[in-house]
Design a protein around this ligand. Structure first.
Ligand code: AMP
Length: 372
């Protein structure tokens, strides 16, 4: 692929991921145009934003006129929109990956077709299928909507005491899949970047902790186990099978018997935010490099990093501890329950120091909040 000179990059979706891509691309002379139905989309604070529905072909035509290449920050952009744009502008990654990743059932079957391990699952289209599946998984399962589910949204926990009838009433009318709960030891993710010529590079495996289905913290490099290498190999298999261009993130459950794939994100990802300070080239810069046909930057880590998400609210950043190893990021979003509004990354030279610095940060933070 011929490298684009001084490219203008169009991003479908104008959330914090688009914003952080732009912040990584400006120093390289790249320019950006965002497209989002929400006039408050936070990327609009750092670059021009077209506000229109994803089905507004007039607005999409205007968007395409202004940009050299297109990518997205959100995997639920309608495939029809991306296909429309693709008629006139190169889009990376290819929208075919969205068709798979937008539907949990297709996604799991895709992984299985590649011979990769996924947990037990069962498509659900009726109450009797739900009752049958719940019984087969001994009432230890999650019922999920096949589409539009992220950050734990559209999920129902099935336990021995659960009221299946009421869960069915809440979930019915949508396409569903029942997943057996995986008794994992850890959750890890692999961030892979691949360019159009097939060059591929992977960041250190990241360990993730979730609260109520929403990512709370990511730490990298994760404590090394054989599963880390296995996860990297599976992520490579997926990126190559898709002839993927850009950053692709695969989330895994680590169990005593190896790894099971949870899902993929065909975009830069929250579990890769640590790469801004913790790696030689951030996930954002490498995604842009890949979509513009530029050589990829090194994915090596500087040391160790822990990323803590600010969800729902963020303390006054002016009063938060600031030391050389503490890096705050706010997204310019209005705080709302469950909403990701920023993150803080703490860096250190080794895991023991990282742990100590994270504990100190938490203590300093609670002390400074106590003084307010
Ligand atoms: P998801 O949106 O499917 O990635 O789910 C969000 C989080 O819920 C995951 O990162 C896990 O912490 C948890 N989770 C989802 N599915 C399962 C499962 N089948 N077994 C155990 N935990 C799960």
């Amino acid at each position: 692929m011929k490298p684009l000179q001084q490219p203008v990059i169009g991003i479908l979706g104008g959330g914090q991921l688009a914003r952080m891509m732009a912040l990584a691309g400006y120093p390289l002379g790249m320019r950006f145009l965002f497209f989002d139905p929400d006039p408050q989309a936070c990327a609009g604070q750092v670059g021009p934003l077209i506000t229109a529905g994803y089905d507004d072909t007039k607005a999409l035509d205007e968007f395409m006129r202004e940009v050299d290449v297109v990518t997205f920050d959100f995997e639920n952009v309608p495939v029809s929109t991306v296909r429309y744009v693709q008629q006139r502008r190169a889009v990376y990654p290819d929208p075919s990956v969205l068709e798979i990743s937008q539907d949990r059932l297709l996604e799991k079957r895709f992984f299985q077709k590649l011979g990769l391990p996924v947990g037990q699952f069962f498509p659900v289209n009726s109450y009797s299928e739900l009752a049958f599946g719940a019984k087969s998984y001994e009432f230890d399962a999650l019922l999920k909507t096949r589409r539009m589910g992220y950050d734990g949204k559209g999920q129902f926990r099935i336990t021995p005491g659960a009221d299946l009838k009421s869960i069915w009433e809440q979930a019915r009318g949508r396409k569903l899949v029942l997943e057996q709960r995986v008794p994992f030891e850890r959750e890890i993710s692999v961030i892979t970047v691949r360019d159009a010529d097939g060059q591929l590079s992977q960041y250190a495996v990241t360990e993730n902790k979730h609260n109520n289905g929403v990512l709370a913290t990511s730490t990298a490099p994760a404590r090394y186990t054989d599963s880390c290498q296995l996860a990297k190999t599976h992520a490579r298999t997926i990126a190559e099978a898709l002839e993927y261009v850009g950053v692709l993130v695969i989330e895994f459950f680590e169990t005593p018997d190896g790894v099971l794939i949870n899902e993929m994100a065909p975009r830069v990802h929250n579990s890769g935010h640590w790469t801004i300070e913790g790696a030689l080239t951030s996930q954002f810069e490498n995604h842009l490099r890949a979509v513009c046909g530029w050589p990829l930057g090194s994915t090596d880590s500087w040391g160790y990093a822990a990323m803590l998400n600010w969800i729902g609210s963020v303390p006054n950043i002016a009063c938060m501890p600031k030391q050389a190893h503490i890096h705050h990021h706010l997204y310019g979003k209005t705080p709302r329950a469950g909403r990701k509004v920023g993150h803080t990354t703490i860096t250190a030279e080794d895991p023991a120091n990282l742990q100590r610095k994270v504990v100190n940060f938490a203590k300093q933070l609670s002390d400074s909040l106590g003084k307010l």
